[in-house]
Design a protein around this ligand. Structure first.
Ligand code: FES
Length: 126
């Protein structure tokens, strides 16, 4: 997990990984300084593309990786909150099953520059 004290919005984002990092179906957590707080976030690669979200279930604001850094269901199709079983679509963060249905994880915008991937603060902040 990486962290920093910079403001990611003012300096173009927090570098979270190289564009080629992270195998499909895996994830990596990072701390993103936003609005005076450190948001725990995670990035996943799903079907070749990277997506990042705040590590907070939309049912109850709890982190979703009971097992450190494990977000995917066993078949790799969804992101799982094991507390009450909410399933989220990895591409969109939309909850499609469980008590958070109809809500979406807070997306963390990613930008790629020169082979590096940077995270920006979600807007609005959770
Ligand atoms: S806290 Fe995530 S499903 Fe209830």
């Amino acid at each position: 997990m990486s962290s920093g004290t910079r403001d990611p919005e003012s300096d173009g984002g927090l570098r979270v990984l190289a564009a080629g990092d992270l195998a499909d179906g895996t994830s990596a957590k990072f701390l993103l300084p936003c609005g005076g707080r450190q948001l725990e976030c995670f990035v996943v690669r799903h079907e070749g593309r990277l997506h990042a979200f705040v590590n907070e279930c939309r049912h109850v604001p709890m982190t979703m990786d009971w097992v450190e850094n494990q977000f995917f269901t066993e078949d790799g199709a969804y992101l799982l909150c094991p507390t009450h079983g909410a399933l989220y679509v990895p591409d969109t963060g939309e909850c499609v099953a469980g008590p958070a249905c109809g809500k979406s994880l807070f997306r963390v915008p990613l930008v790629e520059r020169d082979g590096e991937v940077f995270a920006l603060c979600p807007d609005p902040l959770p």
